[in-house]
Ligand binder design. Structure first.
Ligand code: SAH
Length: 362
């Protein structure tokens, strides 16, 4: 395996975590080894969560030695955890090799345990209501760093197994398309820990060409679209990306996704006082939901005051609970499937849109 490299000092090792089954097979073949070694390593890393080559007892000794020399597995390190005493929600902070902190959140519920994972360090989209948006953007996470959040969280959270994954942490998954896709491909393999793509939701602020690309790929998770308003003017104020990709363009791409995948879409709708909780918002939502196989997820706005927001971000207020409840009740009367995502973890800043970490390195 790249014998020549042995002569060089400070070699950069190949990081195996994040490689898909196909890539691992190719990797071993290119190194003059049998393709099935790729399968074995895949199973060790993702199925058994083993990070140490010496424990891989079906790999011959000479190969383990080479692997130790030229490859590495670990991508993230555990940094710290905060637990919400009221809900049991846990926010894990992990550290990348280049010392960035990223966050993953465990949300325990009666019938399932959901892990919310990040796809970028920060986020470039600058949504005005989102703490991650306010912190800016540093870089994409690798597929290994995306998947490692699941492996590490599964090891650290021993109360119950993780049953669902949502790509709703820091970052915009569809702007880190290749790595997001690769991480999904790893989840989809039978040899990993059995979370099927049916239990995985990718949430997007709306990048239509990428929604179409995802629909055309073999990998088809559930899709959630952060809608928040059906009026371009309002949506553009809240989410600058809407100036580039309008609501109509997004809905067209989503319709394509729904048709290609035979799934229903989730529309996420954070409710802001006097901004998107009025009568015309209500009727436009009803019209939309009648025209799509969909579920509407109403989200109370979680405070981002810990980010000391300015401008429009400082003006946003949550809809009063009474108005939100009334809104939901009337939507249900129209036979629309509505769930309300009651805040989980706001006491530890782990609720939707509250994830942010200062970029200062150690
Ligand atoms: N970039 C992706 C995923 C990250 S955000 C996206 O935009 O969908 C995950 C969800 O949390 C989105 O629906 C987002 O709109 C919502 N969210 C962001 N900030 C929030 C806040 N302060 N309160 C409630 N929900 C928020």
């Amino acid at each position: 395996m790249q014998e020549k490299l042995a002569e060089t000092e400070n070699i950069t090792k190949t990081v195996l975590k994040g490689l898909t089954l196909r890539e691992l097979r190719d990797f071993f073949e290119a190194a003059g080894e049998k393709r099935f070694r790729g399968e074995q390593i895949f199973e060790w890393i993702y199925g058994h969560m083993v990070d140490d080559f010496d424990s891989m007892d079906n790999i011959p000794k000479y190969l383990r030695k080479k692997l130790k020399e030229f490859c590495e597995i670990i991508t993230l390190k555990f940094h710290s955890v905060e637990e919400s005493p009221s809900t049991g929600t846990r926010k894990f902070i992990f550290e990348t090799k280049d010392n960035y902190k990223i966050e993953s959140v465990i949300i325990p519920e009666a019938k399932r345990t959901t892990l919310c994972i990040s796809t970028q360090v920060g986020c470039p989209l600058d949504c005005k209501f989102c703490a991650t948006g306010l912190m800016g953007y540093r870089r994409n996470l690798t597929a290994g760093e995306i998947f490692d959040q699941f492996l590490l969280s599964s090891k650290l959270y021993t109360v119950k197994p993780i049953t669902n994954i949502v790509y709703m942490g820091m970052g915009e998954p569809l702007l880190n398309f290749q790595n997001t896709l690769k991480s999904l491909e790893i989840f989809a393999e039978e040899k990993t820990r059995g979370i099927s793509l049916k239990k995985i939701t990718v949430s997007t602020a709306g990048i239509p060409p990428k929604i179409i690309e995802l629909a055309n790929s073999k990998i088809k998770p559930k899709l959630a679209f952060s809608l928040h308003s059906l009026f371009d003017e309002t949506r553009s104020k809240l989410m600058p990306i809407n100036k580039k990709y309008s609501i109509a363009e997004n809905l067209e791409a989503i319709r394509y996704y729904v048709n290609q995948t035979n799934t229903r879409i989730t529309f996420e709708y954070v409710m802001f006082k006097d901004l998107n909780d009025r009568e015309d918002d209500f009727y436009s939502l009803v019209r939309l939901c009648k025209s799509f196989p969909c579920k509407l997820n109403i989200i109370p706005f979680n405070s981002i005051s810990h980010m000391l927001p300015t401008g429009i971000s400082a003006e946003l207020k949550p809809s009063p609970k009474l108005r939100l409840d009334e809104f939901v009740k009337r939507l249900r009367e129209k036979d629309i499937t509505v769930t309300v995502r009651y805040t989980q973890g706001s006491d530890i800043a782990a609720a939707c849109g509250q994830l942010a970490y200062k970029f200062e390195k150690n």
